[in-house]
Structures are given as C-alpha cells and as structure tokens.
Design a protein around this ligand. Structure first.
Ligand code: FNR
Length: 382
C-alpha cells in the first residue's frame, strides 16, 4: 500500500488507505467491518451509485450555499459526525480532536456512550454544544447518570440508539481477538510495533479509558471489570415506553437512531422525537437488511413532515449527501469517513474528510442547477 502525502488526499478512499497504513490492524478492522457477510455494509455504499443525478446547464450558479439546519441548529452543510465507539483507538484523544474539527467546520459532533474520552473530556475542549449518543443499559441508574452528565456538559441533543438491543457479530473482530477493553496478545503487540506513529501518538497522551463508563457504572471501577459489564448490559427488553421515560428525563432535543422500517418510523411519531435517523448501524447489526439510502424515500413518505428525517450509512462523498438530501433527508451523518480521517492524520484528517465532502457537494449541486442546498429536492434526480 502506497503512502500518500496529505496534500495528495483527494477522496475518502485515499484517507482510508492512509489510515490503514497508520492504525494497527485490529483497530482499523474494527472500524472497517460489518456484520456477518458484510452484505448490508457494502449495499450502503453501492446503492448510492445506482441513483443518478440530472445534469442541468445555463442556470445561474453563483452565490451557492450548503448552509441549512438540523433539528433547528445551524450547520454549514447537512453532515454530522456519527457516534462511534472506541474512536480514541484510531488516534489518541480521537473524540476530542474530532469534536474540535467538527466545531470549527460548523457541523455537529456526536459522542458515543462507548467512547474512550468522556463527556467531560470533550466538553473541556469545545466551546459549542455537541450531541450525545445514548445506549440504554440494563443498569438504569447508570443511564440516568449519563443523561444527567450530558445535560450538565451542555449537550444540545440526545441521540438514542435503538438498533443495538443485542450485539451483531463482526467476524473480523473475533478473528483479531478484539475485546473491550483490548487484551494484548503477542499478535497485537506485533501489529502495534509495526505502527510506530500510532504508538508514539498514544504514548504522548494522558491515559483515557471508556471515560463514560469506568468509575460511573455500578461495579465498574477498572478495565478488567468493564469487559464483563459491557457484554451483559445491552437491554433486549428495550421498548417504546423506555423512549418516553428517556425523553422525559432528558427534556431536550431527542433524535432516534436506527429506524429502517416504515412501521417503526410511524411508531416513532408518537414519541414526539425531533428527528429520526434512517440507519442500519453502518451494516454492523442486521446483515441482510436493506441499505439506508434504499429505505430513506419510503420512510420519508411514511412520516411526511411530522418528524425530521436524517440518514446515515455509506455516505462517502458530497454527491452521496446531495442524493440523500434530494430524497428527503434533512441531514446525513458520516461514521467511517471521519474515522479514516482521524486514523490518517488526527484532527487535520477529520477536517480533510469534511472538506472533501463539502467540495464535492458544492460542485455537484451547481452542476445539477441548484444554488442552495435548501432548494434541493427529488427534481435533481434522473
Ligand atoms: C459505529 N456506530 C455506532 N452507533 C452508535 O449509535 N453508537 C456507537 O457507539 C457506534 N459505534 C460504532 C463504531 C464504529 C467503528 C462504526 C463504524 C460505527 C454506527 C454509526 O453511528 C453509524 O450508524 C455508521 O457508522 C454510519 O455508517 P458509515 O458512515 O460508517 O458508513
């Protein structure tokens, strides 16, 4: 695999290649994997290329703008960073760096419950509110405590993930022996030894470990108790009633993540959520499910304008964002693209990922004959 200088990085695929060179295999694979056959993971990306744009000419293309709003917050473009667990293993302080890059770019950052840096770590390096993603664990005191911490840190939206009541299986992680917390075997040590830049970078920073959980969840005081706690904490009994309880406890903007079915989308209307994210967890849960972009128009049609619809899964370019917006998404999210950026070059890499997407979206929108992202609708699709 050839090393690219950061100046030669022109696509998200280039960033991915660079990240693969720098990040130890078990952590790169953790990001770059899907459940079972990875069919849904692949479909998320491939289905975007089946959607064609209409090329228009001789329309005024000056004064373009990608600025819009997601859940009433101003964004420089309709792209947020997805919540991703273990982000701090792609690059030390990964969550803090990604949050700073997103803030400077004017797009939302979403911190995962399963992050390495804590809510408080991220709040200490950002000046604008970020979003917090919640997994509902069986330990409800812990969940209440997390909600309160997110409120105290000034988070402006709670992203409640609904599609992980039980864990999907990723073969790559099992083969690599990846566990939370990581257990280091001679194979892992070899993988790290061949990635000196990553090792140096990790060594330079203060040790942070699952800061949202360790020291806050019952009976979890160190990394060895974390592993068994996490494995049995996802709640298979989670129900729509729990969503009501969480909405009440939180009291702020609520986004439901992981809706992939029209019936569930209609059911979500009763919760009074501010937005839903059409998502299959980046193909990491139900392999064999439809891609998010294939389900997006059906879900938009099912809920109309009664709730804001966002989507994630397979967004790898500005054109992909444009297509999702054309099909009715008020916002999109990128998971792996920002992780590749982080792995490749820390904060600068995340900014590069956002910049690539911004530029592609801007030019494509113009060539479709539109000046404002807020004017983009199904008419730009062939
Ligand atoms: C995720 N995702 C995820 N979602 C969530 O709600 N909480 C989490 O902790 C995680 N963790 C996580 C880790 C990694 C490495 C990945 C790749 C994904 C899913 C994520 O929020 C989002 O739905 C997908 O990443 C979107 O798909 P793309 O952009 O990665 O294709």
């Amino acid at each position: 695999m050839k090393a690219l200088s950061m100046g030669k990085i022109l696509t998200i695929a280039d960033l991915k290649q660079q990240a693969q060179r720098r990040v130890p295999k078990m952590f790169f694979d953790y990001a770059d994997s899907g459940a079972w056959t990875e069919g849904t993971y692949r479909a998320n990306e491939e289905d975007f290329s089946k959607i064609k744009l209409r090329q228009r000419v001789l329309v005024d293309m000056t004064d373009r703008s990608l600025a819009t709003e997601m859940i009433g917050e101003k964004v420089s473009m309709p792209v947020a960073l997805s919540p991703t667990g273990l982000t701090g293993m792609q690059h030390a302080d990964g969550e803090m760096l990604a949050a700073q890059a997103a803030e400077e770019f004017g797009v939302p950052f979403t911190l995962s419950t399963m992050s390495i840096c804590s809510i408080e770590d991220v709040a200490s390096v950002t000046s604008k509110p970020f979003w917090f993603q919640l997994y509902v664990m069986k330990d409800r005191d812990f969940v209440n405590n997390l909600i309160d911490r997110a409120k105290a840190a000034g988070c402006s939206a709670l992203v409640l993930t609904l599609d992980l009541q039980i864990l999907g299986q990723r073969h790559k992680d099992l083969r690599n022996g990846l566990s939370a917390p990581p257990k280091f075997t001679p194979k892992h040590i070899w993988q790290m030894a061949t990635r000196p830049k990553w090792c140096l970078d990790m060594a330079r920073t203060k040790r942070r470990s699952f800061g949202n959980i360790v020291g806050h969840a019952k009976n979890v005081s160190d990394l060895s108790s974390l592993s068994s706690w996490t494995a049995e904490q996802f709640d298979p009994r989670l129900s729509w009633k729990d969503v009501e309880w969480i909405k009440q406890r939180w009291g702020g903007k609520l986004i439901l993540k992981g809706i992939l079915d029209e019936e569930d989308a209609r059911a979500s209307l009763d919760t009074g959520a501010d937005a839903i994210i059409v998502s299959n967890h980046g193909g990491r849960q139900l392999d064999g499910a439809h891609s998010s972009i294939a389900m997006l128009p059906k879900i938009v049609d099912a809920v109309g304008d009664r709730v804001e619809v966002h989507m994630d899964g397979g967004v790898r370019s500005g054109q992909d964002v444009l297509k999702a917006v054309a099909l009715g998404a008020k916002g999109t999210y990128i998971g792996r693209p920002f992780l590749y950026g982080l792995g490749a070059d820390g904060k600068r890499g995340v900014t590069t990922a956002l910049e690539i997407i911004r530029k592609e979206m801007d030019v494509s929108m113009a060539l479709c004959g539109k000046r404002l992202i807020t004017d983009v609708d199904r008419s730009i699709l062939a």
